[in-house]
Design a protein around this ligand. Structure first.
Ligand code: ATP
Length: 243
């Protein structure tokens, strides 16, 4: 499912965080939303998930407008926030069951979905362990399994690899790509870590609340006449590092 951001602006009081932001997220792909600290990535995520109300513009999930059909639109969306929201004292399975109940799934509906998501995330054998026992990478996977329980078409991941070691970061990135390929999931992956982005990935570059570029990573490098995505990013934003 495609996601369209149309002329979205947002201010915290006098402070303008997003200014006339428009871009399209491609269906069934890992789309990178790239920007340095303060670019407006988290604000956009909060608008996608209706944590904040739109002040100007609209966001479309397929044909569904967040402004006009908020409930139906939200049903298409799974979200993993930057800060973990798992209950560390509950088991993996209990965390998922609790979330399923919040989404109005009966136990009978929830059980097979929980099984299949845990299987897909390679966590079925660990379902009865307390989340506290898991490492950072596995906790992220529990959150992803939980975000996919209601079978959304679009998954938002806000800086999902923050706090993970290099091996877990890579594994998580590959895992998400597999979900895109296997079930046509549309993913928005916000990051400031350029090595998580591959040449063919659609990339949106956000800087100081504005879109600076929207293209594949390879095209961004090509059109900026630079040698790497890091250099292209530096040229676009005037920064040497994305962080
Ligand atoms: N609650 C808030 N009140 C006032 N200003 C805010 C608030 N949240 C964010 N901002 C400001 O809005 C702008 C965008 O911030 P946002 O957190 O969306 O950026 P970001 O790209 O997610 O950065 P980071 O990677 O640091 O999370 C920044 O200038 C920030 O200072």
């Amino acid at each position: 499912m495609q996601l369209d951001v149309r002329d979205v602006s947002f201010a915290y009081g006098q402070r303008l965080a997003l200014q006339g932001v428009s871009f399209t997220v491609q269906s069934g792909r890992l789309n990178a939303l790239l920007g340095p600290n303060g670019a407006g990535k988290s604000t956009l995520m909060a608008l996608f998930s209706r944590l904040y109300r739109l002040q100007q513009g609209d966001i479309l999930l397929g044909e569904l407008s967040i402004r006009r059909q908020p409930r139906q639109a939200l049903r298409q969306l799974g979200v993993v926030f930057q800060q973990s929201t798992l209950d560390l004292d509950l088991s993996v399975r209990q965390n998922l069951a609790y979330h399923a109940a919040l989404h109005g799934l009966s136990r009978r509906q929830a059980a097979p979905r929980i099984e299949s998501e845990l299987q897909r995330q390679g966590l079925l054998e660990r379902q009865h362990e307390q989340v506290r026992q898991l490492n950072g990478g596995h906790r992220r996977r529990v959150e992803i399994a939980r975000a996919l329980l209601h079978e959304p078409k679009i998954l938002l991941l806000d800086e999902p690899s923050v706090g993970l070691d290099q091996a877990s970061r890579l594994a998580l990135n590959q895992h998400i790509r597999l979900l895109c390929a296997e079930r046509g999931l549309t993913v928005v992956w916000t990051t400031h870590l350029l090595d998580e982005i591959q040449a063919e990935d659609p990339v949106v570059v956000l800087h100081q609340g504005r879109i600076l570029a929207e293209n594949s990573a390879a095209e961004l490098v090509h059109s900026s006449g630079t040698a790497s995505l890091g250099d292209a990013f530096a040229r676009l934003t005037g920064q040497t590092e994305a962080a």
